[in-house]
Design a protein around this ligand. Structure first.
Ligand code: PRP
Ligand code: URA
Length: 208
């Protein structure tokens, strides 16, 4: 799976375990998800380019650095919202777009209900965030929207991915690299990831 980077940091693996645990209450789930999102933000930006400029310290002038390109973070509603704060803690200058999609529980096809993106997507490094990549239908649809709006450089950050989702992205959007914390075994007959962590949106927002 050339389009997949699994981030195997010990702190991230520990935190994913808290999220998997069905006893973790909603407030801790949200808190830990935000923390992992921040750590994933470090990994997905590892090769972003810098521009140099002079900065005056209290003692003398020295070289300083800023990120060269503008960054747009795009959560897939609802569950992606749980990762926004963690990303913005690390990337405070990032602009935020939104894609609203939910899976039809019978067909597992994504249904779109909202989208709003910042301008000049074509020049930005776009990071699509959603804790779950299951069949890959939602992420595929979200990337298609982003490309229609001009986005050219897109990465996905999820926490738990299923092989089916990784394959679907490779097929429809081979230019998009996926970063996840875990590649899980498979999907069950309702499209849930096994072992997974359940319905991420429900666990974040307490709607189960
Ligand atoms: C979840 C998850 C992804 C999608 C993944 O959202 O947050 O967006 O399912 O599944 P897929 O890869 O098979 O498309 P869901 O549809 O449950 O909507 P919600 O966040 O509003 O609960
Ligand atoms: N969406 C979720 O929230 N969880 C899954 O396991 C699959 C899709």
């Amino acid at each position: 799976m050339k389009n997949l980077t699994i981030v195997k940091h010990p702190i991230i693996q520990r935190d994913v375990t808290f999220l998997r645990d069905s006893r973790t209450p909603n407030d801790q789930f949200r808190h830990i998800l935000a923390r992992i999102a921040g750590m994933m933000a470090f990994q997905v930006t590892k090769d972003f380019e810098l521009r140099e400029f002079d900065v005056q310290t209290p003692l003398e002038k020295t070289k300083g650095y800023a990120l060269k390109d503008s960054i747009v973070v795009v959560p897939v509603l609802r569950a992606g919202l749980g990762m926004v704060e963690g990303f913005l803690n690390v990337l405070p200058d990032a602009r935020v777009g939104h894609v609203g999609l939910y899976r039809n529980e019978e067909t597992l096809q994504p249904v779109d209900y909202y989208s709003k993106f910042p301008s000049q997507l074509s020049k930005a490094l776009v990071i699509l965030i959603d804790p779950m990549l299951a069949t890959g239908g939602s992420a595929t649809a979200a990337i298609t929207f982003l490309k229609k709006k001009g986005a050219k450089n897109i990465r996905i950050v999820c926490l738990v991915a299923a092989p089916a989702g990784v394959k679907m992205i490779a097929k429809h959007h081979p230019d998009v690299q996926i970063f996840c914390a875990s590649l899980d075994r498979e999907l069950n007959n309702k499209g849930y990831i096994l072992p997974g962590l359940g319905d991420a949106g429900d666990r974040i927002f307490g709607t189960e």
